[in-house]
Design a protein around this ligand. Structure first.
Ligand code: HEC
Length: 335
């Protein structure tokens, strides 16, 4: 796991971008490429994979399983950051689709609990189905390994109408991911060209190693002083836990839960949708992160009085969809 994350981190820091999904200029991924098999959403609705999910749409497809201890929650959390930036264009101009690679375990109900930890946007589907159907669909995206841990960490970005398909990574800058997603939609790319610096993230300059790690691996799920996100606000965490506990938890939260650590179990209960992932971090990494968390807490404390109030991110209430009057999803109702 350590090596996978090192590789991801390296790729992210080197600015890995999008590549063509298929060789050649004309994409072979047309209507006949994707099987039109039934799939079931997190709300228990049955859809046809090609006709209802892909046809004519701009889609961002990821591959996950809910019991995934490491990469999937991070991928999903990073996509949720992109979803926030896309606002109500998600569900109208662009659609997110998270496909389970573990349909035996991932029932619609399980996917629903998982989805709710990250999003409430109806333009983001979490799909399961009959194991043989899901295998047939996932294999079209290159997911052919029977081993769950070997499933693809890439995401696939496509515009079915134009036949433009690309593979990419969710581990680069969120702003450039959003830029690439908007670029797939003629309408959004036109709007993007006329607005100039919408939603740009600051370029990551390694001020200290803990901060770089934190921004890459932790900010999708945590803030320091801005409230709970997918996981708890880490403001002051270094004073509410012992250094040993923090280091052990950051290195292997799963081990802590398995050993019956009461704090780890209580946190798990409080955040039921997703567990803190195993990020393959070393003792040095954990130490760098703790140093950073302390410094960030002090910065927030110092700035507290001068900071404008920012509402905490709560995926259950934070929905762009609800704010707009018109229904923003056009997933069809099943016949
Ligand atoms: C995919 C989301 C996700 C990512 C990424 C993530 N965490 Fe967490 N984290 C959680 C959740 C959820 C919890 C609550 C405990 C649980 O459910 O396992 C948590 C709990 C914690 C806690 C315990 C907080 C407390 O109050 O004691 C610490 C510390 C922590 N995370 C640090 C980190 C650090 C450091 C990183 C980056 C290296 C990170 N987390 C990355 C989701 C995440």
């Amino acid at each position: 796991m350590l090596t996978i994350f090192r590789a991801l981190l390296l790729a992210a820091l080197l600015g890995a971008g999008w590549g063509p999904a298929a060789a050649g200029s004309a994409s072979p991924w047309g209507g006949n490429y994707f099987p039109n098999l039934p799939v079931v959403t997190q709300d228990g609705k049955t859809l046809r994979f090609y006709d209802d999910v892909i046809k004519g749409k701009v889609v961002v497809i990821s591959f996950i399983y809910t019991s995934c201890p490491d990469v999937c929650p991070l991928t999903t959390a990073r996509l949720a950051l992109a979803a926030d930036q896309l606002g109500d264009t998600l569900g109208r101009d662009v659609f997110f689709v998270s496909m389970t690679v573990d349909p035996e375990t991932d029932t619609p109900a399980r996917l629903k609990t998982y989805a709710e930890a990250f999003t409430s946007n109806p333009g983001w589907l979490f799909l399961t189905g009959k194991p043989e159907d899901m295998r047939a669909i996932n294999s079209k995206f290159g997911n052919r390994s029977p081993l769950l841990a070997e499933h693809k960490m890439e995401i696939v970005l496509g515009n079915d109408a134009t036949g433009d398909w690309q593979r990419g990574t969710p581990f680069g800058e969120i702003a450039s991911l959003v830029f690439d997603i908007r670029g797939m939609s003629p309408r959004l790319s036109a709007a993007q060209a006329s607005a100039n610096s919408d939603g740009n993230e600051p370029v990551i300059i390694s001020r200290n190693p803990g901060e770089t790690l934190f921004r890459k691996l932790c900010t999708p799920c945590h803030t320091v002083g801005v409230g709970n996100r997918v996981g708890p606000d880490l403001f002051g965490v270094a004073s509410r836990r012992t250094p040993d506990w923090l280091a052990s938890f950051i290195m292997s939260p799963g081990k802590m839960r398995r050993s019956g650590d009461p704090v780890a179990l209580a946190l798990d209960k409080k955040f039921p949708g997703v567990k803190m992932p195993e990020l393959g971090l070393s003792a040095n990494d954990a130490n760098d992160l703790i140093v950073y968390l302390k410094a960030a807490t002090e910065r927030v404390e110092a700035a507290k009085d001068s900071l404008p109030a920012i509402p905490p991110h709560d995926p259950k209430t934070h929905t762009h969809a609800k704010a707009s009057a018109a229904p923003v999803t056009n997933w069809p109702d099943p016949p």
